[in-house]
Design a binder for this molecule. Sequence first.
Ligand code: TGC
Length: 387
Amino acid sequence: MSQLADYYRIEDLLQPEERAVRDTVRKFVDREVKPIIGEAWLKGEFPRHLIPKIAELGLFGPTLPEEYGGAGLSPLAYGMAMQELERGDSGLRSFASVQSALAMYAIYRWGNEDQRRHWLPRMCAGEVIGCFGLTEPDAGSDPDMMTTKARRTGKGWVLSGVKRWITNGSLANVAVVWAKGESGKVCGFLVEKGQPGFTTTDTHTKASMRASITSDLILDGVEVAEDHVLPGVKGLGSALSCLTEARFGIAFGVVGAAMDCLQEALDYTSVRKVFGQPLAAKQLTQERLADMLARVTSAQLLAVRLGQLKAAGQMTYPQVSLAKRENVRHALEVARMSRELLGANGITTEYASIRHMCNLETVDTYEGAYEVHTLILGRDLTGIAAF
Ligand code: TGC
């Protein structure tokens, strides 16, 4: 990797284990992902054959303790893994981060010991895939508006409602589903694939995240036993705490997409000639390349400092909002500039930039849209909620 991808020597801020994780995932992405991902994206297919390989790399629940199948990795090691996966494609990173930071984290944080021991080792091994059902057709930025209901019965609970925009939905063996009980309190449930009343449908009209599965979860009177309730859940805040974990991974992941775009623009403009010179020799090109480099470097520094704060137990969720908000916008701008520098070639998926650019539109919107993070920061600064 050229000096450009590490202009401020982020390398020096990483422990040997964190560098090793980054390098291993980088090699995997170069060897197994980059050659196939453009075509998979065009076909609208998630490359399922990579699941066992990602599991082998230990990227499902890597920060969890070893007793549950995890590797006890540091937040920075996890972040580096997300960065490298998203250098391949945002869909691949989404797949891994929904599995780890949303589904597995929810079970780890809000489940009981039996649930942890039952689910987590198989999820680490990639034998069980999870998804996270919070968002609904009419409840996105304001999840408290959810209409999915959980009704108590003599035997357990009955769930009814629809969840939308669920990554891994139809692929998942287990869905973490958030629903309101009769008192209006948000509760968390584990719903298994194939349970009577539980179906999924995939969204096929996406012009973004095409190498990723996005589904509706339809819950039509699904009976859930008491041992499938997450007993630690304290209301909506428990669901939001999982989003913090996922947003943390996004803040790192998008840096990878931006790094890939910068490298692609540099490679292309160095060889492509215009008016007798390489494009890279033109001042307008250099201004853009410098802007891209500044954005990549700013994003890297924000992410790494966030990782250090998390490792020290000092990270707050508004800090995560700031990094998610800024880094996705930096990455999106870098992808747009790279696409533009590639001219007509930049509109094809022969090059990665347009794929990253389209994917990043989703990343800007999901896990808290740009505007939601703006208002989380506004509330933190002023003490006034302006949602
Ligand atoms: P609010 O009063 O702010 O909070 C309620 C309680 O939750 C706590 N809390 C958080 N805790 C940890 N992490 C966070 N990010 C938290 N945000 C809030 C908060 O401290 C409070 O605790 P307590 O003890 O005081 O009760 O609740 P609100 O309803 O006013 O929320 C405001 C807002 C806008 C911040 C929140 O609703 C929000 O973050 N909205 C965005 C939701 C979002 O990101 N949705 C996208 C999810 S993606 C999806 O569902 C698909 S799964 C992913 C995939 O499949 O790709």
